[in-house]
Write a protein that binds this ligand. Structure first.
Ligand SMILES: [Zn+2]
Length: 556
C-alpha cells in the first residue's frame, strides 16, 4: 500500500473547503465514482468472485490518496480500502488480505489523526488484531482510542473492549537482577536455553534466545598438548547469557563429547562443541521462536537427506519427535470430509463418504499422537462444517499441516484407485470433476474459482504441498497393494478444491478410494482396509516430515 504523507503545497491548494455547499473538487468527483464501483462490487456476489474486481476498486481509491493526499475524501478512501481488504479476506481467506486491511486502517489514523474516521479505523484495526490472535496489540489500539479520541463516537465501544481485554494490558517490566542487567546492557540478544538431541546419525544442539541470532562459526583442530579434542565453536554476536546456563552439558553420544557455552567477551557468547567424530555439520538460525541450530553429522556415510524416523533418545525429558526435529511440524489438522446434512458421495450399497472419512481420521489421529504430534480435527462427530471454515480452523490454530480426507466418486462406476491432490488449476477433466464434486459447485462456478486461484496459489505452500501429496500417495499405493493388490495408482494431481484455498500451511486432499465403485465400496466398508489406509497416510506424513530433517532445514 502506497500512502504518501500530506504534501503541504497540495494542502494549501485545496484548503479547508469544508461545508456541503461548496462545489465538488475534482478529487471529490473521483471519489464519488470510486464509491459507486465500491457499492456495485459489494452488492454483487458474482463480481466478488473475481480478484480483479476487488483490485480495480482498491486501486481507484489508492490513486486518489496518492495524487490528492489533502483531498477531503482521502481518509474515506483509506477507510473504504480497509473495508474492501477485510471483505476480500472473507472470500479469499488469504491472510495477506487481512493484513492489508489492518495496515490501511493504521495508516489512516497515522496520516489523518484529525479525521472523524481515525478512531473508527483504530477500532477496526483492533478487531482485526483480535481475530489474528494478537490481543496485546489489540488492547493497545483500543487504549489509544481512549487516550486520543476520548470524545469520539468510538470511545464507549473502546472502553468495553479494553475492559474485556484487561488481561492483555501491558505489564510493568519487573526490575532485572543486577548481574543480568550488566550483561544485557548493549546486547540485543539474551540466550535463554541450550538443549541437544541425539539421533542415529546426527546430533542437534539448539540455542534459543530473545532476538535474531548473528553468529560466526569456526573450527579448531585437536590439540594434544592441551589435551583438547577437535572443536566446533560458534560466536553469537551482541549477546549475553545468564550464569545459570553456563555449566558444561555432557553429551557423549559418539559424535559430541560435550557442549560448553559462556560469555566470551562483553558482547559475545561462545558455544563450543567438543567433538568425538564428525563428518559434516550445519549451522543455521530460525525464527519463531528465535533459535540457532547446530547439526553435527556422523561419520557413517548414511547421511543422505532422507532419514529414518528413530525413537527419541534416552534423556531426562524426551521431547516429541516433531519438536526434536525442530522443524515446526508440531500440529496437524485432520479434516474428515463432509458431515451432517452433507453425506458426501454415497456408494451403490449405501455407504456414506462422511462416515468413512470420520472413521479414517479417528484411526489416523492416535498414530500421529504417538509420534508426538498434536492433532486437531475439523470435526469429531457427524456435523456439517462449511468448507472455508475448515481451512480457517487450521489457520487459526496455526497448524503445520492440513490433511483433508475424502472418498472419491465417478459417474463411471468402473473407475477405481487412489489419488492425492494439492491446490492448483485442474489439468484433466477427471481432476476438475473431482473438484466440482468436493466443492459441490457447478462447472461455471469452478471456472470462476480458477480465475481467483491464479492469485491465491502464489501465497500457498505449493512445493511443500506437492511433496506432502507425493509422500502420502506413494505410501498409500505401496501400503494398500501390499495387502490388497490391484489398487490403481492415479497419482498426485492438482485441482481447485475450495477446502484447500487459503491454507497457510502445506495442505493436501486425499481421495482414499472410489466409493462409487462396487469393489471400492466393499473395501471401504472393511475394518482392515480402513486400518491400512490410516497406517499408509500416517507413513506418508512421517516420511514427509523425515525428509525435512537436517539436510533440508538448512534451506529453510
Ligand atoms: Zn469428498
Amino acid at each position: 500500500m502506497k500512502v504518501k504523507g500530506i504534501v503541504l503545497a497540495v494542502l494549501v491548494a485545496f484548503g479547508p473547503l469544508a461545508g456541503a455547499a461548496h462545489a465538488k473538487t475534482y478529487c471529490e468527483r473521483l471519489y464519488d465514482s470510486a464509491r459507486r464501483d465500491y457499492y456495485s462490487l459489494l452488492e454483487s456476489p458474482r463480481k466478488q468472485k473475481f480478484h480483479d474486481n476487488w483490485e480495480r476498486v482498491i486501486d481507484k481509491f489508492e490513486k486518489i490518496v496518492d495524487q490528492y493526499p489533502a483531498c477531503s475524501k482521502a481518509p474515506d478512501c483509506l477507510f473504504n480500502i480497509g473495508v474492501l481488504y477485510g471483505k476480500l479476506y472473507r472470500v479469499s481467506w488469504v491472510q495477506e488480505d487481512l493484513r492489508s486491511s489492518l495496515r490501511t486502517y493504521q495508516n489512516l489514523e497515522k496520516e489523518y489523526p484529525k479525521s472523524s474516521l481515525a478512531d473508527d479505523a483504530l477500532f477496526n484495526a483492533g478487531e482485526i488484531l483480535e481475530e489474528m490472535g494478537d490481543k496485546e496489540k489489540a488492547y493497545l489500539l483500543y487504549a489509544r482510542i481512549l487516550d486520543r479520541y476520548s470524545k469520539g463516537d468510538m470511545a464507549r465501544k473502546a472502553k468495553s473492549k479494553t475492559a474485556g481485554l484487561a488481561a492483555f494490558a501491558p505489564k510493568p517490566t519487573p526490575p532485572k537482577p543486577a548481574t543480568t542487567a550488566v550483561l544485557a546492557a548493549g546486547s540485543s540478544l539474551v540466550v535463554t536455553d541450550v538443549r541437544y538431541w541425539s539421533n542415529p546419525d546426527y546430533t542437534r544442539v539448539v540455542v534459543t534466545g530473545t532476538g535474531a541470532f548473528r553468529y560466526e562459526e569456526n573450527q579448531l583442530r585437536r590439540d594434544d598438548s592441551a589435551g583438547k579434542p577437535p572443536r566446533l565453536y560458534i560466536d553469537i554476536k551482541d549477546a549475553s547469557i545468564p550464569r545459570s546456563l553456563c555449566d558444561p552439558i555432557p553429551i557423549a553420544d559418539g559424535l559430541l563429547q560435550q557442549a560448553r557455552i559462556a560469555q566470551h567477551d562483553p558482547r559475545t557468547v561462545r558455544l563450543v562443541l567438543d567433538i568425538d567424530s564428525m563428518k559434516d555439520h550445519r549451522v543455521f538460525s530460525m525464527e519463531n521462536p528465535s533459535r540457532l541450530v547446530i547439526d553435527v553429522i556422523g561419520d557413517e556415510g548414511r547421511y543422505n537427506g532422507r532419514k529414518v524416523i528413530a525413537p527419541p533418545s534416552s534423556q531426562d525429558s524426551p521431547l516429541p519427535l516433531a519438536q526434536q526435529l525442530g522443524l515446526g511440524i508440531k500440529r496437524i489438522v485432520l479434516d474428515p470430509g463432509h458431515g451432517g446434512k452433507d453425506p458426501g458421495a454415497v456408494g451403490p450399497r449405501g455407504l456414506k463418504e462422511k462416515e468413512v472419512t470420520l472413521d479414517l481420521a479417528r484411526r489416523l489421529k492416535p498414530l500421529l499422537e504417538k509420534q508426538g504430534y498434536e492433532v486437531l480435527m475439523t470435526r469429531k462427530t457427524d456435523v456439517f462444517i462449511p468448507l472455508h471454515e475448515r481451512t480457517a480452523f487450521a489457520n487459526q490454530n496455526r497448524a503445520d499441516l492440513f490433511i483433508s480426507i475424502h472418498t472419491n466418486a465417478s459417474r463411471n462406476r468402473n473407475v477405481r484407485g487412489i489419488e492425492t491432490y494439492f491446490l492448483g488449476v485442474a489439468k484433466s477433466r477427471e481432476a476438475s470433476e473431482t473438484a466440482m464434486l468436493e466443492n459441490a459447485i457447478s462447472q461455471q462456478a469452478l471456472s470462476d474459482l480458477e480465475k481467483i486461484l491464479f492469485d491465491l496459489t502464489r501465497t500457498s505452500n505449493l512445493k511443500q504441498s506437492s511433496d506432502l501429496a507425493e509422500s502420502i500417495q506413494q505410501n498409500l499405493v505401496w501400503g494398500l497393494n501390499d495387502s490388497f493388490r490391484g489398487i490403481p495408482d492415479l497419482g498426485v494431481k492438482q485441482a481447485s478444491f475450495y477446502v484447500l484455498i487459503g491454507a497457510q500451511m502445506p495442505a493436501v486432499l486425499v481421495e482414499t478410494s472410489f466409493i462409487s465403485n462396487p469393489t471400492g465400496e466393499g473395501l471401504l466398508s472393511r475394518e482392515d482396509y480402513r486400518e491400512k489406509l490410516a497406517q499408509s497416510i500416517f507413513r506418508g506424513i512421517l516420511s514427509y516430515a523425515a525428509a525435512l530433517s537436517p539436510a533440508q532445514t538448512g534451506k529453510l
